[in-house]
Structure formats: C-alpha cells, structure tokens
Design a protein around this ligand. Structure first.
Ligand code: PGA
Ligand code: ZN
Length: 431
C-alpha cells in the first residue's frame, strides 16, 4: 500500500452558517496525513447544479443530511479505501461513476464534494505543503481580486430587494491587505449611512446589510454614497459588482421585480441592466438574466461585454461543457466557480480550464450557506483564478476566508503578486 493510500474515511453531521446541517468528511492516509472537507450550501441554486441531497420530511425543516452520510458510509468509503489520495481525478471519476446520475442525485453532491475536498486536503498534507502551494506547484501564486458584498438581497434577504448581491471591487488596491482595508472603510461607511437614515435592520445571509430600500436604484445610489463616503472614487478605486441572480425572479422570458411591482420581458430586463451599467460605476455583473434566457444573455453581452465583466453562475453551474457552449454563443465572458455546484474538485478545475482557454474571467466563490472552512481561499490562489467572492465583511464564515487570504499573502512575502484588475474582462487584459 502506498503512503498516500486512504485508510479511513468518515463522515459526520455539522452545522452551517444558517444553522442547517451539512456534511463534513475526515480522511486519513497510510502515512497518517489527514484531510477534512465540508459541503457548503446555496440558496439561489441553478437548476443544473449537483444535487444537494437532503432528507426531506418535517425534521430540521427537511434539511437533514442522514441520507448523504449513509451514502458516504455504505458506498463511498468502501469504494475509496485503499485508493491513492494523490489521484484526485481518478477518485473523483470513481465517485461520479458510483453515483451514476447526471446531477449526483443518488449519493448526493454534498456527500461527493465533502469527500473530494477531504481527499485534496489529505494529499496536500501528505506533501507537507499548504493547499495553495500544493495546487500551484511551480506556477507563481497570484492573489485574487476580492468582490465583497455590502448589501444583501434576493433569496438571501427574504427578497426584500430584487438584486441579490450589491458588492464592491476594490480596483484601486495594490494588495489583498489594501483591498480589505478599503472594504472595511466602505462597509463601515455604508453602516453609518444606513444608521443615519434609520435603515439598519441587521445583516442578510452573507453578512451584507439587510436592504431596507424602497427601490433597487436606491440601493445602488446608497452603495455609491458609501464608496464616496469612505473617500474612494467609484470609477477608479472601488467599483460596483452586482449579482442580479435573475433566475430567482424570472423564467420563460418573464421577470417580476417584486420591490417595484413591475413585470418585464427579456428585452425589458436586458435594457434595465444596460441602463444600470451605463448609469452606475459597475465593473462586473452576474446572472443579469435568468439561466433559461440564453438569447437575453447573448443580447446583454453583445451590448456590454466589452465594458463590463458578465459572469455566469446559475447559467454555467461550474460545468466545463456549459462554459464551452457559452463561449461559442458569446453569452458571458466570465464564470463563477463553486465546487459544490460541480460536485467534485476535478470538475471544478475542468470548468476553470475551459474558461481560461476561452479568455473568460474566473471567480472562485463561496455559497450563501458556509462554515469555518477556508479551502476556497486556497483554491483561488493555488489555481490563480484572479478573483474571489465570499460574501460580505461580517460573520466569521466570511471573515475566515478573507483572513486566510491575508495569511497566504503574508506567507508569499516578497513573492506575493496581486491580480488587481488583470483578470477582470472590460477592466484588465480582457479590455
Ligand atoms: P447561493 O448564492 O450560494 O445562495 O446560490 C450565491 C450566488 O448566487 O453567487
Ligand atoms: Zn450568483
């Protein structure tokens, strides 16, 4: 048996940032190295994501993960014991075959992703390297540009406003440390503005202020004021990044803006998105139209794709084949990468490779349901993704990941390079 053979694989139930159960997996190798993986969970999910297998029924509002844990114990562990943890692709392929369904519905995407991440961590531990370094190998490690939420919305805030994420991208920063300090100033500035208007009512799922606004435009205006109030220029120092998550309020070419009680067709929403991108200092926009609105996305990207980064999240669900198709269609120019959307580390990496081949921007992203796990910070650096989206600047499941980036930046020392805007279509090399 090789030193890196899997000798133990154990799943357990832990709890995520929404107080819901999730799957954690511990793996031990023959040489004693250990790896841990944890499944995150989305709320605004793409319909073609790997299935997050839940028990259903009354208990824990149906969110139980006993079925996924049973799949790990009775099927995945027996199949993986003895396999070499350094063969990530082989192990992931084995799990995909064992599941046998297109969306990993039988064993559960949550089971697979926790195991896949645990395998990766165990292999890095055996190589006695931090994960980012293990992934980067000889390639230079580049720290990603953060996108940080200031106001939450959509499915993360009781649909209080339609836009799901109002974020900033500190485009003037020269390091992660500086980017996060700018973010802190802007987050505090936003808090002061909300307090002065009597609008503070806590934070949404990802830590952004709960959006007590009358219109989507009021939220956008307030974000600009927060940036300026912190002393930054939105055009050159801290731009806006939006996740519209349009699949949450529209399908079949009909969109319902709940806040404004307005209904729009695909052209109407596309025009509104173009208007926002022209009126506000927006550097990046995610899922501006719904996942079933390919023509709308193509129209939007034709209009704005040379000026603005257009990210496919629900539209691409971290799937290499969908990235290929989107490149052929010119439907977007960047892809959000969520390991649990794909279901395994290898498939996530394949989506990144496909994106890179087509000159797309790549953004490693958290989910709205997260834990203390900081793996994605290592993926963003180790894979040189260029951009990183984790949620807001509050709540420790978010801060743990920003803080991990700072530690990696420090560990790189003089070798640390910051991606800045270089990977952002419309701003950097893609302009
Ligand atoms: P989710 O949201 O994790 O709830 O899907 C994050 C996003 O849409 O980017
Ligand atoms: Zn999204």
């Amino acid at each position: 048996m090789s030193d890196t053979a899997i000798t133990e694989l154990k799943g357990r139930r832990i709890w995520d940032s929404r107080g819901r159960p999730t799957v954690e997996v511990d793996i031990t190798l023959a040489d004693g190295s250990k790896g841990r993986g944890i499944a995150p969970a989305g709320a605004s999910r793409g319909s073609r994501e790997a299935l997050d297998l839940r028990d259903g029924g009354e208990r824990l509002a149906g969110f139980g993960v006993d079925k996924a844990l049973r799949a790990i114990e009775t099927e995945i562990a027996p199949a993986l014991l003895g396999l070499d943890a350094t063969d990530q692709a082989g192990i992931d392929a084995q799990m995909i075959a064992l599941d046998g369904t297109p969306l990993k519905a039988r064993l559960g995407g949550n089971a697979l992703v926790a195991v896949s991440l645990a395998v990766l961590h165990a292999a890095a531990a055996s190589a006695r390297q931090p994960l980012w370094q293990y992934l980067a190998g000889e390639a230079p490690s580049v720290l990603p540009m953060p996108e940080i939420q200031i106001f939450g919305g959509g499915a993360h805030a009781g649909r209080r406003i339609d836009i799901q994420d109002l974020m900033i991208m500190p485009i003037g920063a020269r390091s992660v440390a500086e980017a996060l300090e700018m973010t802190a100033e802007i987050y505090l500035s936003a808090g002061r503005i909300m307090a002065s208007r009597g609008l503070v009512s806590g934070v949404a799922d990802e830590g952004g202020y709960w959006p007590s606004f009358a219109t989507n435009e009021e939220a956008l205006d307030t974000l600009v004021q927060a940036i300026e109030g912190a002393g930054y220029d939105p055009a050159t120092e801290a731009a806006i990044s939006l996740d519209i998550a349009a699949s949450e309020f529209g399908s079949g070419g009909r969109y319902r803006l709940g806040l404004e009680q307005r209904e729009l067709d695909s052209d109407g929403l596309c025009d509104l998105m173009v208007e926002w991108c022209s009126r506000y200092p927006i550097a990046s926009i995610e899922d501006p139209l719904a996942e079933d609105d390919r023509d709308g996305l193509i129209r939007f990207t034709a209009a704005m794709g040379d000026k603005v980064q257009v990210i496919g999240d629900d539209y691409l669900v971290t799937n290499a084949a969908k990235v290929e198709q989107a490149a052929a269609d010119n439907a977007v120019n960047a892809v959000l990468l969520k390991v649990n959307q794909a279901g395994t580390v290898s498939e996530t990496r394949a989506a990144l490779d496909a994106a890179r081949q087509h000159g797309f921007g790549t953004i490693v992203s958290a989910r709205s349901g997260e834990t203390e796990d900081v793996t994605i910070a290592h993926l963003a650096v180790g894979w040189n993704a260029g951009q990183f989206k984790v949620g807001s600047f509050a709540r420790s499941e978010r801060m743990a990941k920003w803080n991990e980036l700072l530690r990696i930046e420090e560990a790189l020392g003089a070798k640390a390079q910051f991606a800045g805007t270089s990977g952002v279509r419309g701003l950097g090399q893609g302009a």
